[in-house]
Design a binder for this molecule. Structure first.
Ligand code: FAD
Length: 472
């Protein structure tokens, strides 16, 4: 239940300068930034331990022109990064916001590394679709749980309170549109009210709310929801009630590479390094290299709504740098065989087309023909035995539509005026992917979580500081 009520006559049991709803990457980075800027910060989180979709992710954050890239000998620039984001999203996002985020995220990662000890490095051994330089930064284990744990430890080290098992339900708004505070439920059913000078919504999008998904992304109404169950759309529901503008609500990150039924993310390196996807008939059905996000709906449109990624042991060796892939192997999600006929039999295919499909792909790699789906296979090595396969459905990872914001993270109304003290970041704010799944460039999720989190935290603290100075 998310509602907006009048603040008239409401008393609060506690007060914060900056109050943050949600302790994912966005909320925790915002907390660090706001606290360092001098604000008294409180974070509320519905779960007992912060995890969010951040913990489910690979924790990979794209940034350009960083010292981590320079150390790895990679040339890149914020301008190139911004151009890649705009190209993938077909110029739909706000170019000024994109340029701002693309130039700001490098310094934010540097700050997290230096001030808070997060040891980032760059993924150097494969390229993500749409990125013209290797710029995905991750922590050593390449897991989102490592990212969220390190951020939580940094927040705790600064003494910032995270009130867990606090589900924010209600925003209290004054006649001016200023948010006076929130109410939330606690274990046992009690309610608690916290007042604030500025409120940051960092509670992600609406992927866990089936009704909102059916309304805004009907093609994924039947998709596997692979994000955090707590992403129930509270930010957009509050935003709507407050008269904030919601933008690109159909935008999302889908995924065509989650091992089924194991429910484990399989790195898209399995495709980009020369693998391909087939349906139950053993036939290819798309240019898989375009991107994993749009592949979700494409896979769902196949017979029985599923597909298989076909790759080989060399590619498995690259994917094995990810903990998830190692787990998928340990749980038996990766099927192996010495030839394509054996692989088809192991997968239970009743039609003998996989070997012919693989032969066509091998010919495309040799430059003998052009792909009817438009994929350029020429730089990919041939697949060699033993061959590998994993079964995948179409999945929804997170939504990219959300509250429209200005470059300080402040929520805007349709007439472009700012709500007085409401900020949004991460999946609560509109992303930089536009309204289509194909607009999602790898890393756009944590880009707005980490970068906008820092911006919103710092700006919310600045707003509360200037408000205090003008108070009598
Ligand atoms: C499997 C998977 C893999 C991904 N891989 C990547 C990747 O490698 N790179 C990338 O950039 N992106 C990736 N993403 C997307 C990325 O995880 C998200 O975009 C990002 O984590 C969003 O961060 P957030 O802080 O906005 O949300 P979250 O991490 O989901 O945090 C939101 C928090 O708000 C809490 N909350 C919600 N409502 C309330 C409420 N009413 N009261 C109190 N608390 C509330 C939730 O419990 C949650 O803890 C992936 C997503 C998935 C699902």
């Amino acid at each position: 239940m998310s509602r907006v009520l009048s603040a008239a006559g409401v008393a609060f049991e506690a007060e914060a300068d900056v109050l943050i709803v949600g302790a994912g990457a966005a909320g925790l980075v915002a907390a660090l930034a706001a606290s360092e800027a001098g604000a008294e910060v409180v974070v509320v989180e519905r779960d007992a331990v912060p995890s969010g979709s951040t913990a489910l992710s690979a924790g990979l954050i794209p940034a350009a022109g960083t010292r981590f890239q320079r150390e790895a000998g990679i040339e890149d620039s914020p301008q190139l990064f911004a151009a890649d984001i705009m190209a993938k999203a077909e110029d739909e996002p706000d170019p000024a916001i994109v340029a701002h985020l693309a130039s700001h995220l490098g310094p934010v990662l540097d700050w997290l590394a230096v001030a808070h000890g997060l040891p980032f490095n760059v993924v150097t051994n494969f390229s993500y679709p749409g990125h013209s330089a290797r710029r995905m930064h991750g922590l050593p284990k390449r897991t989102g749980s490592e990212l969220i744990d390190r951020l939580r430890e940094a927040v705790e080290a600064r003494g910032i309170p995270i009130l867990t098992e606090f589900r924010a339900t209600t925003l209290f708004v004054e006649e001016t549109g200023r948010i006076a505070g929130i109410a939330g439920t606690r274990p046992g059913g009690g309610e608690e009210r916290i007042g604030c000078k500025a409120l940051i919504l960092a509670c992600n999008g609406y992927g866990g709310h089936r009704g909102l998904v059916a309304r805004h992304i009907p093609q994924l109404a039947e998709a596997l929801w692979f994000g955090h169950s707590g992403n129930e759309g509270d930010a957009v529901l509050w935003g709507e009630a407050l008269g904030a503008e919601l933008v690109h609500m159909s935008g999302h990150q889908g995924h065509g590479s989650v091992a089924q039924p194991h429910g484990i993310l399989i790195s898209w390196a399995t495709v980009m390094e020369g693998g391909f996807q087939v349906n139950v008939r053993g036939e290819r059905f798309s240019d898989e290299s375009h991107g994993y996000s749009e592949q979700a709906a494409t896979v769902l449109a196949q017979p029985k709504g599923k597909a298989w990624t076909i790759f080989d042991e060399r590619i498995a060796g690259i994917a094995r740098q990810f903990e998830d892939f190692r787990q998928a192997e340990a749980q038996g999600a990766i099927v192996r065989a010495q030839d394509m006929a054996g692989l088809a039999a192991a997968l239970g295919f009743t039609e003998p087309r996989l070997a012919a499909t693989a032969a066509v792909v091998a010919a495309l790699k040799g430059g003998e023909d052009s792909d009817r789906f438009g994929r350029d296979f020429r730089n990919a090595p041939d697949l060699e035995a033993p061959f590998c396969a994993v079964r995948v459905p179409g999945a929804l990872f997170h939504t990219q539509g959300g509250l429209r914001i200005d470059r300080t993270g402040r929520a805007l109304r349709p007439d472009a005026s700012a709500l007085p003290n409401l900020f949004a970041c991460g999946g609560a704010a509109v992303g930089v992917s536009g309204p289509h799944a194909s607009g999602y460039l790898s890393g756009n999720g944590l880009l707005t979580a980490v970068c906008l989190g820092e911006i919103a935290g710092r700006e919310a603290a600045r707003l509360t500081a200037s408000a205090s100075q003008t108070e009598p």
